[in-house]
Design a protein around this ligand. Structure first.
Ligand SMILES: [Cu+2]
Length: 139
């Protein structure tokens, strides 16, 4: 009696496994890129660049929000200026003296920037700077 029940259980288990294998074999496996099936992946739309103009002892705009990866272009509208940007973690990036200067921000956060001629000197990139400064929020 015990042996018979055990045999039935083993048979049911085997049938169950067989069913799973058969169903699994029915699933069509797709090899290769999706494009080979006539579907073309959409091309990501690059974010439009934003421009910050340095002139008249100020940046315009001096407070703005952009998405991660958006090109930010610093240009000189008049006078002689520099740009120094706070990098992630609060360290100062190199002073930029050649314009137009294009950069992108790949990490969300708040970035301060200033002109080393008309604000804090080189190496101070935080909210304590006054004068020709700006704040860029990246999200
Ligand atoms: Cu300046």
């Amino acid at each position: 009696m015990r042996r018979s029940e055990s045999g039935v259980a083993q048979t049911l288990l085997a049938m169950g496994l067989l069913t799973i294998c058969v169903l699994g074999a029915c699933q069509r496996k797709v090899d290769g890129p999706i494009a080979t099936m006539g579907i073309t992946a959409p091309t990501p739309t690059p974010a439009a660049a934003v421009t910050i103009t340095a002139a008249n002892f100020s940046f315009t705009p001096n407070a703005l929000t952009v998405s991660v990866g958006t090109p930010v272009v610093f240009v000189i509208g008049g006078g002689s200026h520099t740009v120094q940007i706070e990098s992630t973690g609060g360290a100062c990036q190199n002073v930029v003296t050649t314009f137009p200067y294009t950069t992108t921000f790949n990490a969300p956060g708040t970035y301060h920037f200033h002109c080393t001629f008309h604000s804090c000197g080189s190496g101070t990139c935080d909210a304590t700077c006054t004068g020709m400064t700006g704040i860029l929020t990246v999200q």
